[in-house]
Structures are given as structure tokens and as C-alpha cells.
Write a protein that binds this ligand. Structure first.
Ligand SMILES: NC(=O)c1ccc[n+]([C@@H]2O[C@H](COP(=O)([O-])OP(=O)(O)OC[C@H]3O[C@@H](n4cnc5c(N)ncnc54)[C@H](O)[C@@H]3O)[C@@H](O)[C@H]2O)c1
Ligand SMILES: O=C(O)C(=O)C[C@@H](O)[C@H](O)[C@H](O)COP(=O)(O)O
Ligand SMILES: [Zn+2]
Length: 360
């Protein structure tokens, strides 16, 4: 049984299917596949586990595949180009569909390839990590990294559908599950205090992959993300709230070298740093910040930045951020738990103090 949510974007609206056993079921693909030809893009870890199931579901189509190397360090222009090599080698025309089978890295790269191939072809997201099911497969942000900054080259391109089979989470490494929980926590911090309290009392079930707890977390996360994206698809306002923890987090990922930190781990630390800065601005009290750190830590995630990333290096890396406007950094901070805002009014000495702060 699948639960269906909708991302309301007028003509570009699409369903998010969430449930068990969806990945091999042709019914979830058929209404959305365009043309006779399908290119499945996946990676060398996911392919041996799930590629055959997706191929079986798409047996009515002419299927091709491209298997990318696995890792954030391969979310590059060079590796991305392999998708075009495959499409062109096999003479794919516009009447085709790309399928992104994997986590957020595969999803972002495939979506961006779909945005660009022959100026745009359709694609479907089949997310297989918790992070991809709660966040990256929804909303149409696609892209690749540049050595100077995360996701610096990309496009908004919405999928035709998101097929999130919760059974796929059974094969996920525990630290990848935790990384996904960082983005789940984000939704509570920015918009939904009761959801945060629910996570507090269900963290053990989530970490044990209890299907009912995970199902609820995925559904609530997608509801919140779909609502924000429907309000502000191209991030001219509210959508930036989804970047909580990301200004600091992306700096950690780029600074340490892509693939050293998982995206979710870096976002977890970034969220604690955003809470720290929010306290310095007088918005959160010590108890709130402690609650943020406790929640993050209880999800199996780190709370403090790497010791070797100096405040000066942080500032340099953070100046390459898509939220920078007219040379001014903007931050997603917490007015209260469950209530985030975007602001550029942060005194430099307070920011510096947060960047220099390390737990003993
Ligand atoms: N577009 C967006 O809105 C958005 C949102 C959040 C994150 N992101 C991006 O997503 C990426 C992170 O995504 P991620 O956390 O899914 O990482 P990932 O794609 O690297 O996947 C994590 C690991 O799990 C493996 N894997 C995937 N599915 C599996 C399964 N079912 N069983 C076993 N192993 C499996 C992958 O091969 C990889 O090794 C980052 O590049 C981040 O910038 C994008
Ligand atoms: O969908 C969004 O909007 C988000 O910000 C979701 C984030 O979790 C995600 O990591 C996104 O890729 C970051 O956006 P970016 O514009 O800072 O690259
Ligand atoms: Zn993210």
C-alpha cells in the first residue's frame, strides 16, 4: 500500500508515492514514463541490489543504464558527463525518460542531466536513502559540485514522480540512516515543534528502522517540503528555510574535501552552529541549544565542527553560498525551536564567536 502526497506546482505538479514494495511495481512507473526509451542512472553500490527490480518493473520499455561511481567526490562535471555519453552513444531522442535510482548524489546528477539533455527531458526519482526519500528527491533542486562550492552548478527541474520504496532502507548503512535523520530533524526545527517532540520520543524506533516510525517521518518530512516548495519553487523567499544548517554544513563538506563528511553529518553540525548563533543573538536560550544538540546527538550525528577548520577558513568557504546577495551572507537561524527565519543581520563578532566555538 502506498501513501500518495502531491507537490502542487500547476502544470508541473507531481505525486510522491511512499510505501513498501513499490520499486518493482510497474503501476507506479507506467503513468509517468514518457516515450519508449528509459535510461536508468544509478551507482555501483545500488545497481547490484536494486537495478534488476527496476528493470523488471519497466519491462515494457526499451531500457538502458548508466552506472556511476559511488560517492559525493564523484558529483563532478566529469562524471556527470558520462550520463550524456551514454545518452548520445545510444542515440536517445527527446521522447525518453531518465530514472534516478539511488541516493541524493545520483538524484541530483540525474535530475541535472535531465534538465540539460537536449534542453530538457523528463525524469523520475526513485530514492533509496532516507535522506533522498525525505528531501533530495522532492522539489526539483538538481546539480553538481564545484571544488569551490557545493551544488554550485545546477538547475531547477521537477521530476514527473517520486517513487519512495521504504523497503530499500533495510540495506542502508546505519550512518547513512543517521545522515537522513539530520534532514528530518531540520523540518521540525524550521516549522514543526510537535514533529520535533515526536522525534524526541521515537528516536529509538527510527534508529531501529521501525517501519511505522520511518513511514511517519518520511511522510511528514515530504508534506513539509512539498508545502514549502509549492509556496516558493525557485527560492526567492521561504524555501531558503530548507537551508538550515547548510551554510556551515556546505563549508565543512567543501573544506574537508567532498566525501569526507556525509552531507547529513555536516548539516547536523551546521544546525548546532545555527542554534549557537541564534543564542548569541538572544533568540534561543541555553536550554533550547542543549535540546538541539541532544536531538542531533541522539540521532547518531556529530554536533561539533572539525577542529582543523579555522574561523577564517570557514568564512572564506561560506562566502561561496547561493544565499549570498550583493556580497552579503544570509543565514537561516532560529527565532525559536520550530520557527526559522532568514537574516543577513548578524554582527561579525557574534558569527566569529560561533565559528571559533568548540565543545571541550
Ligand atoms: N536536491 C536537493 O534538494 C537535495 C537535498 C538534500 C541533499 N541533497 C544532496 O544529496 C546528497 C546526499 O544524498 P545521500 O545522503 O542520499 O547520499 P548518497 O547519494 O551518497 O547515498 C549514500 C550512500 O548510500 C548508498 N546507498 C543508496 N541507497 C542505498 C540502499 N538502499 N542500500 C544501501 N546503500 C545505499 C549510496 O551508494 C551511497 O554510498 C548530497 O550531494 C546533497 O548535496 C540534495
Ligand atoms: O530543497 C531545498 O531547497 C534545500 O535547500 C534542501 C537541502 O537539504 C539540500 O541540501 C539542497 O541541495 C541545498 O541547497 P543549495 O541551494 O544550498 O545547494
Ligand atoms: Zn541538505
Amino acid at each position: 500500500m502506498a501513501q500518495t502526497l502531491n507537490v502542487d506546482l500547476g502544470l508541473r505538479s507531481y505525486p510522491i508515492y511512499i510505501g513498501s514494495g513499490l520499486i518493482a511495481d510497474p503501476e507506479f512507473y507506467r503513468p509517468h514514463v514518457r516515450g519508449e526509451r528509459v535510461m536508468i542512472v544509478t551507482n555501483e553500490t545500488v545497481a547490484p541490489i536494486y537495478l534488476d527490480s527496476v528493470k523488471a518493473a519497466l519491462a515494457d520499455y526499451h531500457i538502458s543504464e548508466v552506472v556511476l561511481p559511488d560517492g559525493e567526490q564523484y558529483k563532478t562535471l566529469e562524471v556527470w558527463n558520462r550520463i550524456f555519453d551514454a545518452l548520445l552513444h545510444e542515440r536517445f531522442a527527446r521522447d525518453c525518460t531518465l530514472i534516478a535510482l539511488g541516493g541524493g548524489v545520483v538524484g541530483d546528477m540525474t535530475g541535472f542531466a535531465a534538465a540539460c539533455y537536449q534542453r530538457g527531458v523528463p525524469f523520475i526519482q526513485v530514492p533509496t536513502t532516507l535522506l533522498a526519500q525525505v528531501d533530495s528527491s522532492v522539489g526539483g533542486k538538481t546539480g553538481i559540485n564545484h571544488p569551490a562550492g557545493k551544488n554550485m552548478i545546477g538547475a531547477f527541474h521537477q521530476p514527473l514522480a517520486v517513487i519512495a520504496d521504504t523497503d530499500t532502507l533495510e540495506t542502508l548503512a546505519q550512518k547513512e540512516l543517521s545522515a537522513g535523520l539530520a534532514e528530518v530533524l531540520k523540518y521540525g526545527f524550521i516549522r514543526d515543534l510537535p514533529f520535533l517532540a515526536w522525534m524526541e520520543s521515537h528516536m529509538a524506533e527510527l534508529l531501529a528502522r521501525d517501519p511505522s516510525a520511518l513511514g511517519h517521518a518520511i511522510k511528514r518530512s515530504c508534506e513539509i517540503k512539498a508545502a514549502i516548495v509549492a509556496e516558493d519553487e525557485l527560492e526567492s523567499g521561504q524555501r531558503a528555510l530548507l537551508n538550515l544548517g547548510h551554510t556551515f554544513g556546505h563549508a565543512i563538506e567543501a573544506g574537508a574535501g567532498y566525501g569526507t563528511w556525509l552531507h547529513g553529518e555536516a548539516v547536523a553540525v551546521g544546525t548546532c552552529m545555527a542554534a549557537n548563533l541564534s543564542q548569541r543573538l538572544g533568540w534561543l536560550d541555553e536550554g533550547d541549544v542543549e535540546r538541539v544538540r541532544r536531538l542531533v546527538s541522539s540521532a547518531g550525528l556529530p554536533t561539533d565542527p572539525p577542529a582543523d577548520l579555522s574561523p577564517e577558513r570557514f568564512l572564506d568557504l561560506m562566502s561561496v553560498d547561493k544565499k549570498v546577495l550583493s556580497g552579503k551572507m544570509r543565514f537561516v537561524l532560529l527565532k525559536a525551536l520550530g520557527d526559522a527565519i532568514v537574516t543577513s543581520y548578524v554582527e561579525p563578532d557574534l558569527l566569529y564567536a560561533t565559528l571559533a566555538d568548540r565543545c571541550p
